[in-house]
Design a protein around this ligand. Structure first.
Ligand code: GAL
Length: 303
């Protein structure tokens, strides 16, 4: 697959799974993301940086290269004012299988078209491909939620909704309850006053790695890595921009959305947003390298 371009599914259609994530359940890969298969909204002759909400897609693969569309994991609701109605924003959906209940739990950024609602949305399913049943909107620990991800901590067994809050000023790690459908009240503030978004979190050799982008909407900017040995024991250390080589300063024209491991190799999934034609936004999957503790990500033409 050619990085930075639109990718096709096994029926020759553009993969519509933006701001997404790739997870492995029962030996199969699942890719969830925003279905942006619509023209951008035009208001007063001006092309807006959004499409009507078309649902959250689910694709399935055995090899991470051939993807089959499993349908909409979360479908829009044709009812004015509903959080899943076409005029609303649903972004960065992430899914975990809850070990306590066996359910598939999806959290996403739920918003109004002007991004002033800034809630987290919750939907639950019995199968990985859904259908997910919408449960509710939430303000995690009374904090706003814009860009977000889910993070299952392999060191403690706890799961977190990691979300930009305080109008993006802070990145909160809001601990989920055992059923992954609520919040325990434990909440760690990180990246304080850094204004970061698009969080990607993973653990390597006992160290938490948190990669974020700056806040420039659909325009690519500089990534930042922060690390810590504990989430609770103070602020993460701001390390560097781990992107390397030509185009690194603007994250190769992309913005990260997720990281996953396959055969001992860690990868980063990125979106190449096309602001005026969001449905044609491309993807890349880039290998993450480590030299000792030092993380780097270089551009590669192919995945
Ligand atoms: C980006 C964010 C996207 C989307 C976009 C809207 O910064 O990462 O998920 O919200 O802004 O402008």
């Amino acid at each position: 697959m050619k990085n930075g371009t639109c990718w096709l599914d096994d029926e020759g259609r553009f993969i519509q799974a933006h701001g997404g994530m790739i997870a492995r359940f029962d030996g199969l890969w699942y890719w969830y993301g925003e279905n942006k298969d619509a023209d951008n909204v035009v208001e007063g002759g001006v092309v807006r940086g959004r499409v009507p909400f078309r649902g959250v897609s689910c694709y399935k693969s055995r090899d991470l290269h051939s993807w089959h569309f499993e349908g909409l994991a979360l479908a829009p609701v044709q009812e004015a004012g509903h959080p899943l109605s076409p005029e609303r924003i649903v972004e960065r959906p992430k899914v975990l299988r809850c070990p306590a209940t066996g359910q598939y739990v999806m959290w996403f950024h739920a918003d109004r078209s002007d991004y002033t609602l800034a809630h987290a949305g919750l939907a639950v399913a019995d199968r990985p491909q859904g259908p997910f049943r919408f449960e509710r909107l939430a303000l995690p620990n009374r904090r706003d939620c814009r860009d977000m991800t889910l993070f299952e901590d392999p060191l403690t067994g706890r799961a977190f909704l990691v979300h930009s809050g305080d109008w993006n000023k802070t990145l909160y790690f809001s601990e989920l309850t055992d059923d992954y459908r609520g919040f325990t009240g434990v909440c760690h503030a990180q990246m304080v006053s850094q204004e970061r978004e698009a969080p990607v979190v993973f653990v390597r050799e006992g160290v938490y790695h948190c990669l974020t982008s700056g806040c420039t909407g659909w325009t690519p900017n500089t990534a930042l890595l922060a690390t810590a040995r504990t989430l609770a024991g103070g602020l993460m250390k701001l390390v560097c921009d781990p992107m390397e080589g030509p185009g690194a300063r603007r994250t190769f024209g992309a913005q990260a959305t997720w990281s996953f491991e396959h055969d001992g190799q860690r990868y980063l999934l990125l979106d190449h947003w096309q602001r005026e034609t969001l449905r044609t936004s491309g993807y890349s999957i880039l290998p993450v390298r480590f030299d000792g503790d030092e993380m780097s990500v270089c551009w590669q033409d192919e995945f």
